[in-house]
Ligand binder design. Structure first.
Ligand code: DAH
Length: 344
């Protein structure tokens, strides 16, 4: 048996293999079920008792040595295989990179912003996580107004006097601007807003608004009407008419809702305007004196108007995409339709 062991060690030493296949063959030859090392292990049974100890050790060592050598050869062969693997063909054409395009909501928001910039408005922004003061209290919402309730508002923290919440409208930026900017103020505030609504074709829990605010001495309702008429004509075409319907918002008095003449049927009545010839685009009004005073503005000297519109709503009217969910799902087939509408 001693000789047999030496024989195996010699064979091992002489072993010269390079491919992974050869290494595997060698492994089977030495360590496989019918391999020479395995055969020696089986022969161990016939070794006389007094020599078992010595040969047991020898055989174990042999198995270790063989296994280690085969392992080393295997690693070597693997490394060589990687080296020899065909290199990437650098002359292959690259993956085509499609240029992205602006999102339809972004396109419309920019259009609204550009129109008001032309009229001399600055852009103001505020935080999406707001406090009760800026979203409700300073905007003259009575303490138990339904808009404050859980079913509308996502609260971030409750329980103290001025809870944190996700803003439900961009009117909060009005307040921040009045608190921090010198008068007169002429700003628009684009931004994302959040309401706890079930998602459907007509409602979403996230959407975008653009808020407008103008405060100066002697600002009147006529100024408001004129600003909105000019905006509507820039946005929907020079023949667009507007009409105002009395409405209610806690932060404006008087308040109105604004409709534009339907730019699809030009007032004749179609399914977009539901046969009325008019499309609702925004809420507006004269800033309530309480709101001015809450932000430290003297309501005897100053007056102003405010308005607020939904960006998705304007986009729907512009492109007749009547399911709000399309604006949030980022389906490439939908987004690609706006590639050509993008101005860089
Ligand atoms: N904040 C209102 C809303 O989210 C929109 C609005 C209406 C804003 C009238 C105004 C306004 O500034 O005067 O529905």
């Amino acid at each position: 048996m001693k000789e047999a062991i030496e024989q195996v060690l010699k064979q091992l030493e002489e072993l010269s293999v390079s491919s992974q296949k050869d290494v595997e063959e060698a492994r089977v030859r030495f360590l496989g079920k019918k391999g020479c090392v395995t055969a020696l292990m089986e022969q161990f049974r016939t070794v006389p008792a007094e020599m078992k100890r010595e040969y047991g050790q020898k055989l174990n060592e042999l198995k270790k040595t063989v296994t280690a050598r085969i392992e080393a050869l295997k690693e070597q062969a693997e490394a060589t295989a990687v080296q020899l693997a065909p290199k990437q063909d650098l002359s292959m054409p690259g993956d085509p990179l499609e240029p992205g395009s602006r999102h339809p909501v972004s396109i419309v928001r920019q259009e609204i912003v550009d129109i008001f910039r032309k009229f001399g408005y600055d852009v103001a922004e505020g935080p999406e996580i707001e406090d009760d003061w800026h979203v409700f209290e300073a905007l003259n919402f009575p303490p138990n107004h339904p808009a404050r309730e859980m079913q509308d508002t996502f609260f971030v923290s409750t329980g103290h006097l001025n809870p944190l919440l996700l803003r439900t409208h961009t009117s909060s930026v009005q307040v921040r601007t009045m608190e921090s900017q010198p008068l007169p103020i002429r700003v628009i505030c684009p931004g994302r807003v959040f309401r706890n609504e079930a998602i459907s074709a007509r409602a979403h829990c996230i959407f975008h608004q653009v808020e407008g605010l103008y405060i100066d001495k002697d600002v009147t309702f006529a100024d408001l009407k004129q600003a909105i008429l000019l905006f509507a004509r820039e946005m929907f075409g020079p023949d667009t008419e507007i009409r105002m319907r009395p409405s209610y918002f806690p932060f404006t008095e008087p308040s109105a809702e604004v409709d534009v003449s339907c730019n699809i049927c030009h007032g004749k009545g179609c399914n977009i305007c539901k046969g009325t010839g008019w499309l609702e685009i925004m809420g507006c009004g004269m800033v309530d004196p309480n709101v001015l005073e809450a932000s430290g503005i003297d309501s005897k000297q100053y007056s102003g108007f405010a308005f607020g519109m939904g960006v998705e709503r304007i986009a729907m009217l512009k492109w007749q995409v009547n399911d709000l969910r399309h604006y949030f799902e980022n389906d490439m087939r939908f987004l690609r339709e706006f590639t050509t509408a993008t101005e860089v």
